[in-house]
Design a protein around this ligand. Structure first.
Ligand code: ADP
Ligand code: MG
Length: 638
């Protein structure tokens, strides 16, 4: 851990840092005070880390055991100094932590920046602004730091004006920890003011678990007391300085919960909802869970960061403990503080065990309850949550059989009833609107909302006033392979299998059906003959009112999206042919029936088949042939 290099070196920031710094200074000008939140948050993390490492190095804490943060202002020099006695940093850690951005996805993040200040400010928010936000108010930043356990001679001084480069050099530092000196920009001198800083601490750092201290306001001026005041400086604690989750719920304001969330999640936005719970009895732990407002960049990456912050008896143990929530709740943030786990618990130890398992079961249920309550009491918030995390929640239908009912109630769909592309229909809504005699939940999958809502398959359902769910998410076909029932009602894809309207079919309908089959038999047989290679069968149908024909799949055929997904993963799938269902009442079918010329009949039949493919958003096997056939028809018109 010793750093032998004592030379002063000047190093360049990682390219992403330079870009970020530039952008931050321009994006955060309207809210510069958050720099203090970020620096206090880091100092508090440093105290957490020290406490954790002191479990194996108790001597580190024994000499200076009261972990605190001190904030001083020098009005003359226009500086703010923030000091902590936390873990500190070695020379290499300084270079790594304050010269690069280690977090994954940085380059993608910088690549996503638009140049539009408003949008970029939001992106920066998602990313967590961190230490570099000090340059929003400071034209120069100095950091003096020494790692716990290292001798005074191994102090490090870091300095930068935030323009591409920083320097590091060795320095003596008597106390462990980190001191940060901000030299305020002339435009930001208002921050060299105790009252202003106290207000900011109350606003953003009330929940920080360790004391944030400032000098007690000076006595009324005596002639010559400046020296005395300097030496005898006494400090008072400004914040509440108790771990937020240990305090009673009704003592904690919304602002404090929100501030705490921003601290642990490195988020800039407020959370949509939270759930604070203390469990006593056989197991003892406190949990504080949050539903964020925005999906992180790495939500769909396998190695994406997820999990809760783990404390054991108030001591910070690790970030991103993944074992307490299932994969499909990976977007939930929060902390869990256990009284049952040993202080030396490791990631390996966390892999399994009774305690972990029962905590996971309970925390999963808590998270789902938090989302359910949000959906019931704040539907607009839940709509945001669904738009960000809906696709992830759907994974829960397959992943978590035990909670499937709860997950199903959280799903949102578009339907023929809602009439727009916003997913807002619940399964309960649907069931509540089911028609007399309807015993199935009808749905249709398609590429997008437009294709779904225009599908010919909807015609008979429109006629009967029966609602159909329109599923257009890439995941939906996969989802539906795991969904068989909701509240005892089976799901039925309306473009798969025979049309089965159950009791919705009246006696009249049945009679009409018989007649239809009989009268259309010659046409059906003739079509079947010319299309034999292309379709599994041709049938007359009542599902259509306005369209001449549509394609129907087997009940267990894969849909287009699922097919693509499996093929992309290298699976070879057998070709399956659809059934062509035709509407004998359609004028075009009449026309076909009356076409005596066989060649002409075949040409028309092929056009009808291709159009049915196009109508469901499919691609033609031989588009050129289709165009040729259609053109020769058009020529006849002329
Ligand atoms: P984050 O806090 O999200 O990791 P920051 O930009 O705020 O990102 O900080 C970068 C890193 O610098 C921290 O992860 C930490 O390792 C280090 N650091 C910052 N401030 C301190 C401090 N006061 N004491 C020790 N390490 C610090
Ligand atoms: Mg930070």
């Amino acid at each position: 851990m010793t750093d032998t290099n004592t030379q002063k070196e000047t190093l360049g920031f990682q390219t992403e840092v330079s870009k970020l710094l530039h952008l931050m200074i321009h994006s955060l000008y309207s809210n510069p005070e958050i720099f203090l939140r970020e620096l206090i948050s880091n100092a508090s993390d440093a105290a957490d880390k020290l406490r954790f490492e002191a479990l194996t190095h108790p001597e580190w804490l024994s000499e200076d055991s009261e972990l605190k943060i001190w904030l001083d202002v020098d009005k003359e020099a226009k500086t703010i100094t923030l000091r902590d006695n936390g873990i500190g940093m070695s020379r290499q850690e300084v270079i790594d932590n304050l010269g690069t951005i280690a977090r994954s996805g940085t380059s993608e993040f910088v690549g996503n920046l638009t140049g539009d200040q408003k949008k970029d400010a939001q992106l920066i928010g998602q990313f967590g602004v961190g230490f570099y936000s000090s340059f929003v108010v400071a034209q120069k930043v100095e950091v003096f730091t020494r790692r716990a356990g290292a001798p005074a001679s191994e102090g490090v001084k870091w300095e930068s004006e935030g323009e591409g480069a920083f320097s590091v050099e060795a320095t003596d530092k008597a106390e462990r920890g980190t001191t940060i000196v901000l030299h305020l920009r002339p435009t930001q001198e208002e921050f060299a003011d105790e009252w202003r800083l106290k207000t900011i601490i109350h606003k953003y750092a009330e929940h920080i678990a360790i004391p944030v201290c400032m000098p007690v306001a000076a006595e009324p001026a005596d002639d010559d007391e400046s020296v005395v005041a300097e030496q005898g400086k006494t400090y008072e604690t400004i914040n509440k300085a108790a771990a937020l989750w240990t305090r009673p719920r009704n003592d904690i304001s919304d602002e404090e919960y929100q501030g705490f969330y921003k601290h642990i999640a490195h988020d800039y936005d407020n959370p949509l909802a939270w759930n604070h719970n203390k469990v006593e009895g056989k197991l003892e732990y406190t949990s504080l869970l949050f539903a964020p407002k925005r999906a992180p960049q790495d939500l769909y990456q396998r190695e994406g960061v997820r999990g809760l912050k783990l404390y054991v008896q108030r001591v910070f143990i690790m970030d991103d403990a993944e074992q307490f929530l299932p994969m499909y709740l990976r977007f939930i943030k929060g902390i869990v503080d256990s009284n049952d786990l040993p202080l030396n618990v490791s990631r390996e130890l966390l892999q399994s065990g009774k305690i972990i398992d029962s905590m996971k079961t309970a925390l999963t249920r808590r998270s789902l309850d938090m989302l359910t309550t949000m959906a019931e009491t704040k539907p607009e918030d839940y709509a945001i949550c669904w738009s960000q995390f809906g696709s992830v929640l759907k994974e829960g239908v397959a992943e978590d059989q035990a909670n499937q009912d709860k997950v199903l109630k959280l799903l949102r769909f578009t339907s023929t009833h809602s009439g727009d592309a916003v997913e807002s229909v619940t399964l309960a809504d649907y069931v509540g609107r089911m028609k007399e005699g309807q015993d199935k939940i009808y749905y249709l999958t398609a590429e997008n909302f437009n294709a779904a809502s225009q599908s010919p398959h909807l015609e008979v359902f429109r006629k009967k006033g029966v609602e159909v769910l329109l599923l257009t998410d890439r995941l939906d076909e996969w989802l539906m392979t795991h969904l068989t029932e909701f509240e005892g009602k089976k799901f039925q894809h309306i473009a798969k299998g025979d049309l089965d309207l159950g009791e919705l079919n009246t006696e009249e309908d049945k009679k009409a059906e018989e007649q239809l089959q009989e009268s259309s038999q010659p046409l059906v047989e003739r079509l079947q003959k010319v299309l034999v290679d292309k379709v599994q069968a041709v049938k007359a149908t009542q599902r259509l009112t306005d369209s001449p024909a549509c394609l129907v799949r087997n009940q267990y055929d894969l849909g287009a999206a699922l097919r693509q997904m499996l093929e992309a993963s290298g699976q070879k799938l057998p070709e399956t042919k659809p059934t062509l269902e035709v509407n004998p009442h359609h004028p075009l079918m009449n026309r076909l029936s009356q076409t005596a010329d066989d060649g002409r009949f075949e040409s028309l039949a092929l056009i009808v088949l291709d159009q049915a493919t196009l109508a469901e958003g499919g691609a033609l096997a031989d588009p050129a042939a289709y165009v040729k056939r259609l053109n020769s028809l058009l020529m006849e018109l002329a």
